[in-house]
Design a protein around this ligand. Structure first.
Ligand code: NAD
Ligand code: MG
Length: 385
């Protein structure tokens, strides 16, 4: 196998760590171009040294002196700030992994897309916010966009070799999160520590809270709508507590194809890194007999209104998904900081959508402006401003 080059945006996070774990196992096959982080200079410098990266970038410019010091004498270039992050994402690499959390990853992800090579997308908030603006850029630059999100990676695999015109429905599976069986009263008292403790997956704090509210599945519905444009009416959600079936595609003849695997993000990441080939992962093989049973049930949108809000935002289109995403990011941060009860997250998102309804974005600049305005509106509503 020839050596391939890779950049990882969000290298110090959960997806970044899983990606680098796979790279570490076939070190001689990869040349690491750029690694980025928000403000954790020590972790970033350690990774940049281990993988011999050419460039390390902290988005938070105040962390640049620490990064420079930690990389002194390494020959690795250090940079900081929003422009440096976009410049890093624009560097030529065979594959760029977009693994920043939140709409903060939008501008660098778009820069990577504009390179016209391959982008492995984990940063779902960027696609939810930018929607058509991002998919148009993918088409314009001839970029290969590979979905890292386990559900979308599953759907991508189930669609391979089939004509999307024959799709009857696509079903996203949801674990239901740590509060799947909680009553409304229990949900109202849920703490951040309880919310970030996901039963099946080990993930960053923001997506863990999104899993608990079901906003994660709602954002994924919007993500699927853009990645697999078969029509919103064909997209469904089913709760599957074991997280073994990662999603499925039903065809007009009644055949349903599903992708199964362990709940370990290294499986979908490996599928992107090797695509259209396959590579080894250290994950345990599935032992269905040991698992015993796989169960499925309909989502409960009374206790978890997030999926309804996301479907409505997707139906409304235009700026609505960007407003929804921004409000959710602010509400999740407020919940994690102990300033907002768990059940108010969805209420705040719905209220923000009700009070701020800008026109449809047509450019990256429009999306970024809408995101910023929606954050201010959400903060005002939550009296956090
Ligand atoms: P994380 O919080 O563990 O890591 C986030 C990364 O982004 C870190 O490297 C951090 O330094 C960087 N970052 C954070 N804020 C930033 C900012 N303002 N500017 C620049 N960089 C910033 O998050 P994660 O769990 O790895 O998730 C990353 C993305 O992947 C999210 O969009 C998430 O929804 C998606 N995703 C994650 C998983 C998972 O299992 N963790 C699964 C599917 C999709
Ligand atoms: Mg997912």
């Amino acid at each position: 196998m020839t050596c391939r080059s890779i950049s990882i945006l969000g290298a110090t996070g959960s997806i970044g760590a899983s990606t680098l774990d796979l790279i570490r196992r076939q070190r001689e096959q990869w040349r690491v171009v750029a690694l980025t982080a928000n403000g954790n200079a020590a972790d970033l410098a350690r990774l940049a040294r281990e993988f011999g990266a050419e460039l390390a970038v902290v988005a938070d410019e105040s962390a640049l002196p620490a990064l420079r010091e930690a990389l002194a004498d390494s020959g690795i270039e250090a940079a900081g700030g929003a422009d440096a992050l976009v410049a890093a994402a624009s560097l030529e690499a065979d594959i760029t992994v977009a693994a920043i959390v939140g709409c903060a990853g939008l501008a660098p992800t778009m820069a990577a897309i504009e390179q016209g090579r391959t982008v492995a997308l984990a940063n779902k908030e960027a696609l939810v916010s930018a929607g058509d603006v991002m998919t148009a850029a993918v088409a314009r630059h001839g970029t290969t966009l590979l979905p890292v999100d386990s559900e979308h990676n599953a759907i991508f695999q189930c669609l391979a070799g089939n004509d999307p015109a024959h799709v009857r429905s696509i079903t996203l599976t949801a674990s239901g999160g740590p509060f799947r069986d909680w009553s409304v009263q229990q949900l109202a008292a849920a703490t951040p520590a309880q919310a970030v403790k996901h039963p099946n997956w080990d993930m960053g704090a923001k997506i863990s809270v999104d899993s608990a509210t079901m906003f994660n599945k709602g954002l994924e519905l919007i993500e699927a709508h853009h990645l697999f444009p078969v029509g919103l009416d064909k997209l469904r959600i089913v709760v599957h507590p074991q997280s073994v079936v990662h999603s499925m595609v039903e065809y007009r003849d009644g055949s349903t194809l599903a992708q199964l695997g362990p709940s370990d993000m290294r499986v979908p990441i490996a599928s992107c890194l090797a695509w259209p080939q396959r590579m080894d992962t250290p994950c345990d093989p599935l032992d269905l007999a040991a698992l015993g049973e796989l169960t499925f049930r309909a989502p409960d949108e009374d206790r978890f209104p997030a999926t309804r809000l996301c479907r409505q935002a997707a139906e409304a289109g235009g700026a609505a998904p960007a407003v929804l995403n921004a409000a959710n990011e602010i509400a999740v941060a407020a919940f994690l900081a102990g300033h907002l009860p768990f059940t108010r997250i969805a209420v705040m998102v719905e209220e923000t959508l009700g009070c701020y309804a800008p026109g449809a974005p047509v450019s990256l600049g429009d999306v970024i402006a809408i995101d910023a305005e929606a954050r201010s509106a959400a903060r005002r509503l939550m009296e956090l401003a």
